[in-house]
Design a protein around this ligand. Structure first.
Ligand code: SF4
Ligand code: SF3
Length: 518
């Protein structure tokens, strides 16, 4: 096996025996085979109109390959068989030799991998929009274009061009998901979310898929079961059509890397709708349920239902069987706070744009930071907590994705009636952050790069890769990125990114804050 797609890759170089994530060599190789087969599908479909099934297979296959999604060789094999069958309908085509995916000239491998990993990330977002009935032909067709391009020879310039084109397509895809989510559940509104867990049966829902949560809320209504979000599901509390359920009570736990501790002997089931799933420990293994493309051997999987409605009864039965805690649990976030406020997506922030603009003009707000992205297990990630703690009182922190659990229970005060930390949502809600940045640049009649705004990002998996490519494609410069740089950036590619975009590795909160504000 060879895999270097995430931030925890072994030795910062590549996993070759077993993944640091727990993915074994058989699954890893099968995922490469699946990648090669989807390149074959893209080749076969070239010049023809793909079926809805082909589109779904494209999205599901790429999504399946994302870190911490699928650890089940049988499920990957099933997808390979389906892709091959679909490919045959278009007259067939050669698959890419999967053993050659990660070999060749170092810079070409780097550029090719970056595009593939970005496509994997975008597939997750496109899939979430798709289940809500939203597809964009440009986004869907780019999966074929991108996968076909992966199997071809290109110059460095051409690869860079493809990456920038992809970045703009991913912006469209995030916009599509924003439209799908807000269309189905309304625009998020600021919502304080408790970290306390009430007594009685409960279900924890994690991952990014709001439709799964909505269906579970419907199916548990009036059954005496409380629902708690976990990880990337936290922002669900802000959506009017989800927060209206009285039994959507609060948030359990923090970011994904703490799950093996947080789920220990938990008296309730956990539903994984997407990544990040870690290999479950024996003391809670019987309570973990997967759905959609998430899979792990021996765990109960909730299949896609008839006419789009899944049957969550196995999860519900498990919640009733386990019965929950006998008394209220006063849990907190990692800094001891018991409230995590969310719901500051674009509509809310732009709704108070005048207040924000006045505050900037009067000097009450000196700088905006977008501190967001993925969380992970590395000790160096304390940087993000310390960075937020050290930001001056006249600055605002916008945040998104699961990295926020490092600081979203802290109360660092308000400016002009707005909290200094504003949670914009999941990683895909980077779209909201981009909309806000564009609106501010219009209000101040300047470029986004001239705004008093700095992006301080943390990355872990491939959704962060597609978002980074979007930000670069938009010409956003001077992004701070950490905790370490991707192993799939070769020195030459990294040089290009540093020179062209001023992409900056994080150093220390003190030094970076001084450089940004000085
Ligand atoms: Fe290693 Fe990350 Fe790949 Fe898992 S996803 S095998 S940890 S590089
Ligand atoms: Fe987190 Fe896995 Fe990336 Fe959507 S849940 S941000 S790491």
């Amino acid at each position: 096996m060879f895999c270097f797609q995430c931030e925890q890759t072994v030795g910062g170089k590549g996993c070759t025996k077993v993944g640091a994530c727990g993915k074994n060599a058989v699954v890893s190789n099968k995922q490469d085979e699946l990648t090669a087969a989807t390149i074959g599908l893209a080749r076969a479909v070239d010049g023809k109109t793909p079926s809805k099934n082909a589109d779904e297979l494209m999205m599901k296959s790429l999504f399946t390959e994302v870190t911490n999604v699928n650890f089940d060789e049988n499920r990957v094999e099933e997808l390979i068989v389906e892709v091959e069958a679909e490919k045959a309908l278009y007259g067939g085509a050669e698959n890419y030799p999967w053993t050659e995916l990660w070999t060749g000239n170092e810079d070409i491998v780097s550029l090719r991998s970056t595009l593939l990993l970005g496509l994997r990330g975008m597939a997750a977002y496109a899939y979430h929009a798709h289940v809500l009935g939203k597809d964009d032909p440009e986004v869907t067709s780019w999966f074929y274009k991108g996968m076909k391009a992966l199997g071809e020879e290109h110059s460095v310039e051409e690869w860079l061009g493809l990456l920038m084109e992809f970045g703009m397509v991913n912006l469209k895809c995030m916009g599509l998901l924003d439209e799908a989510n807000t269309g189905a559940y309304g625009h998020p509104v600021p919502t304080p979310v408790t970290t306390k867990i009430e007594s009685g049966p409960f279900i924890v829902v994690t991952g990014h898929d709001l439709l799964d949560l909505k269906q579970l809320l419907d199916q548990t209504e009036g059954k005496g079961i409380n629902i708690y979000t976990h990880g990337e599901m936290l922002p669900a509390h802000g959506y009017p059509e989800l927060k209206k359920y009285a039994h959507l009570k609060g948030n359990f736990g923090t970011a994904w890397q703490n799950q093996q501790k947080e789920f220990e002997n938990i008296p309730g089931p956990v539903l994984f709708t997407t990544n990040c799933l870690m290999p479950p420990k024996n003391n809670y293994k019987d309570r973990i349920f997967t759905t959609a493309v998430v899979a792990y051997p021996e765990l109960v999987h909730i299949p896609d239902g008839e006419s789009g409605v899944k049957d969550f009864s196995p999860v519900i039965d498990k919640a009733l069987e386990l019965g929950g805690f006998s008394e209220i649990q006063n849990l907190t976030g990692i800094n001891g706070g018991d409230t995590m406020t969310t719901g500051f997506a674009r509509n809310t922030v732009l709704g108070v744009a005048d207040t924000v603009i006045d505050a900037v003009k009067s000097g009450a707000i000196k700088h905006f930071f977008l501190v967001g992205g993925c969380d992970g297990a590395k000790p160096g990630r304390n940087y993000y907590t310390e960075f937020v703690e050290q930001t001056p009182k006249d600055t605002v922190i916008l945040t998104l994705a699961c990295g926020k659990f490092r600081f979203n229970d802290m109360n660092i005060g308000e400016i002009g009636g707005l909290p200094r930390i504003m949670d914009m949502g999941q990683c895909n809600d980077a779209y909201s952050a981009i909309q806000v940045a564009v609106a501010l640049s219009q209000a101040f009649e300047c470029e986004v790069n001239e705004l008093p705004l700095t992006l301080v990002l943390s990355w872990y998996e491939q959704k962060a890769v597609c978002i980074l490519l979007t930000l670069l494609a938009l010409g956003i410069k001077n992004i701070y990125i950490g905790p370490t740089l991707p192993a799939f950036f070769s020195p030459t590619v990294l040089n290009v990114l540093v020179e062209k975009f001023d992409l900056t590795p994080i150093s220390t909160p003190e030094a970076d804050l001084a450089a940004i504000l000085g």
